[in-house]
Design a protein around this ligand. Structure first.
Ligand SMILES: Cc1ncc(COP(=O)(O)O)c(C=O)c1O
Length: 356
């Protein structure tokens, strides 16, 4: 859509805010939503009627294609409030570009930049009372698109709904994470949709993750689908390994999501003169490094949890325990990232985006 004919954003404000009823100290991640939400429909080949309205249920036909073919993609991003009450987004342009990349892969029409940013910033501004200041507190923002055309023929929908929801959040994971290396199930394949945030990618992980939980692990480290030889992602996070003092992570590919936290960690590490290797990571080299003690740290990186240190990895019948070193990279990256996100330190990279 040409930006010169971008439709005007309709705004319907709630009469009674629910914010006073919320127990911000006991939030369950992503289950309490703010007063408002954004929606916009793709009909007759155009995105139209962009509207922010009170959060509430949708009325949608059970014949809508999203229910039958999973034609849906989403994003995850956060807003933060600093001690002066200013509100910040972190690299929102990255999420905008990625949702359109995901959409393209799922044959969903791209969403216009102007409407995305106007809707995002207006929604965050309208619901900013829902953002608590303080490290670890944030507003988790969930843009998503789904196929709404009615019809169970297996073909791309001609109609879609784009929405943005927002949910106040505290730190996502508590404690360190025990992970098991996948040696049977796969998250993604070459030529597949692993690099897209396609809804079905996540539903497909639940069963193998449940099996891992039954064995006492929290998450699966996904490996390549053909040989299970390379380490690729940890649950819904990108994964980093520290061997001696070198930071290693896999390159993004068809199978690996181009994570915003991942690329930020790489930049922060380089900025701190840490050696970074972006290359395929063999299961065998990490198992060897765990055995000979050169494996110092493993951590996941993603918007929801920021950085999640791994305390143990399971591989075949063995479990290798990791003790966090005193000069922990994961703790340092988490602190550096959160300090930038919460406007506590300088932002030498220009990542912060103020919602005025
Ligand atoms: C599969 C997968 N990998 C990695 C990530 C981390 O990406 P980001 O740092 O952009 O949140 C996510 C979460 O968004 C994810 O779903």
């Amino acid at each position: 859509m040409n930006s010169s004919i971008t439709p005007k954003l309709n705004i319907l404000k709630t009469e009674t805010s629910r914010v006073k009823e919320v127990d911000f100290d006991n939030l369950v991640f992503g289950s309490t939503f703010t007063d408002h939400m954004f929606e916009c429909d793709f009909i007759n080949g155009e995105w139209q009627n962009p509207t922010i309205r009170p959060y509430g249920n949708l009325s949608i036909s059970p014949g809508a294609k999203v229910f039958h073919y999973g034609q849906a993609v989403f994003e995850g991003m956060k807003a933060y409030k600093d001690e002066d009450g200013k509100v910040w987004l972190f690299r929102p342009q990255q999420n905008f570009e990625r949702i359109n990349k995901s959409a393209k892969r799922l044959a969903i029409p791209e969403f216009p930049r102007d409407i995305f940013f106007e809707a995002l910033t207006t929604l965050v501004r309208m619901d900013k009372e829902w953002i608590q200041p303080g490290l670890g507190n944030s507003l988790y923002i969930r843009p998503f698109v789904m196929a709404t055309q009615v019809g169970v023929s297996a073909s791309p929908s001609t109609e879609y709904k784009f929405m943005i929801l927002a949910a106040p959040a505290q730190a996502y994971y508590t404690g360190d994470v025990r992970v098991v290396i996948a040696d049977h199930y796969s998250r993604a394949a070459n030529g597949g949709v692993g690099a897209a945030k396609a809804a079905g990618n996540y539903g497909a992980q639940f069963y193998p993750t449940n099996l891992a939980r039954e064995k006492g692990f929290h998450q699966v480290i996904w490996t390549d689908d053909s040989e299970h030889k390379y380490l690729e992602e940890a649950g819904t996070m990108n994964v980093f390994f520290r061997v001696n003092d070198t930071l290693i992570t896999a390159p993004v590919s068809d199978r690996i999501l181009d994570g915003v936290t991942r690329k930020s960690v790489i930049d922060i590490a380089k900025h701190n003169n840490i050696d970074v290797e972006v290359r395929p990571v063999l299961v065998s080299e990490i198992v060897e490094a765990a055995k000979d003690g050169s494996l110092k740290e493993i951590f996941g990186a993603g918007t929801a949890a920021v950085i999640s240190p791994v305390s143990a990895i399971g591989h075949k019948e063995h479990v290798y325990e990791l003790t966090k070193p005193e000069d922990s990279y994961s703790a340092r990256f988490k602190k550096d990232l959160m300090s930038i996100q919460h406007n506590i330190t300088e932002d030498p990279f220009g990542w912060r985006f103020e919602v005025k």
